[in-house]
Write a protein that binds this ligand. Structure first.
Ligand SMILES: *Cc1c(COP(=O)(O)O)cnc(C)c1O
Length: 364
């Protein structure tokens, strides 16, 4: 039983995918054409924002969202260090500087107290914060927005793992000055290749991001803003995403249902799942926390069930990032304790039962 199997969704959608590809082939338009334009409108409507700007991938979306709100060279940007290093890559790309903030031990999400403590640093004052909705969970946004507004800090949401998550009728990506989404194939809304989007309801930000994603052009062949790049989305990916967006709520419901079953099977013991108090999660990953990861992983190996670790090395300890003198006790401890088990909508009943049975043994 694999940790994930992207081929299953493709198999069940084969005819519709081929029809979508045929539509694109027949159109003779391959980059930023009608599928792309329709996708942008549909994404914005779904997320409840004024604008969605489709880009080449989620890391570009983060960098373009940051640049779009006005973060630039030397600016300080708060971020967590337990979310795979994407925000670190984006922050560095625009020559800004990451200020790493610890997470809370329950949900492993940005710790608001730690964020507030990071407002003034020896290097200066925070310009922005990247709020990462990790593992499908939503970070409670209202208190962060209130604090950010009072302190003139810009807010970027990273919705790569929580697209579609909602709280009181609002979706992930609709709170911040801008938000980034990834449609990497394993995400809840996945393309058949790389894709991403920036979401925003600020017209000035939307306009800047639209220019930055295509060389800084304000009009064809005329560069109006510096710092532009090529981060366009192609028609084939846009067509796939439109097809899958129409079904996202259904596949999200399935993910939530499977995760709820896992939680119930595990019961109370030394091993637990991350989060679980909020009802608004979209089940991107099912992440266990255990003091003996090696032993728990061996139980799943023995049952021939694939597992993974999200993520083994916190950003501030990545050898290639060269960060000195940062200590994040909760983040560092969690990196040694997290273990992800299979969670995707196409899991079969027999497979879910197998995972549940190992989970039951863990408690007993
Ligand atoms: C996947 C992911 C990204 C980056 O997306 P890519 O499309 O792979 O560049 C950013 N943030 C988080 C939290 C992610 O999981």
């Amino acid at each position: 039983m694999p940790f994930n199997d992207l081929g299953r969704a493709v198999a069940s959608e084969r005819a519709q995918l081929e029809a979508a590809f045929a539509r694109v082939l027949d159109s003779g338009w391959f980059v930023m054409g009608p599928e792309h334009n329709a996708l942008e409108v549909e994404l914005a409507a779904y997320a409840g924002v004024a604008d969605a700007i489709a880009v080449a991938n989620g890391t570009d979306a983060l960098a373009l969202a940051l640049a779009g709100v006005g973060v630039g060279s030397g600016d300080l940007v708060a971020t967590v260090a337990n979310a795979g290093g994407y925000s670190s890559a984006a922050i560095r790309r625009i020559n800004a500087q990451a200020v790493y903030v610890d997470v809370d031990p329950e949900a492993l999400l940005l710790d608001r107290g730690a964020l507030e403590d990071a407002l003034e640093t020896p290097a200066g004052r925070l310009k922005a914060v990247v709020v990462t909705h990790l593992f499908g969970q939503l970070v409670p946004m209202e208190p962060i927005l209130e604090w950010a507004l009072a302190n003139d800090v810009l807010v970027i949401e990273d919705c790569a793992q929580a697209f579609g998550a909602q709280s009181e009728g609002r979706r992930a990506g609709s709170w911040g000055d801008a938000a980034a989404v990834s449609f990497y194939p394993t995400k809840n809304l996945g393309a058949l290749g790389d894709a991403g989007a920036v979401l925003t309801s600020r017209a000035d930000v939307a306009e800047r991001v639209r220019r930055l994603r295509q060389y800084g052009w304000g009009a064809k062949y005329r560069i109006d803003v510096p710092g532009g790049t090529n981060s366009r989305l192609d028609e084939l990916q846009a067509a796939v995403l439109r097809l899958r967006l129409a079904r996202l709520d259904e596949s999200t419901a399935r993910r939530r249902e499977i995760l709820a079953r896992y939680r119930a099977a595990l019961g109370d013991g030394g091993v637990r799942f991350v989060g679980g108090s909020a009802s608004d999660e979209v089940g991107h990953l099912a992440v266990l926390l255990t003091d003996d990861r090696r032993a728990v992983r061996e139980r799943f190996d023995a049952a021939r069930i694939g597992t993974d670790v999200h993520y083994p090395i916190p950003d501030h300890l990545q050898p290639g990032l060269g960060v000195d003198g940062v200590e994040l006790p909760v983040t560092e401890r969690a990196a040694e304790r997290v273990l992800s088990v299979p969670l995707f909508p196409e899991l079969t009943e027999a497979e879910i039962l197998r995972v549940e049975s190992v989970l039951r043994e863990l408690t007993g």
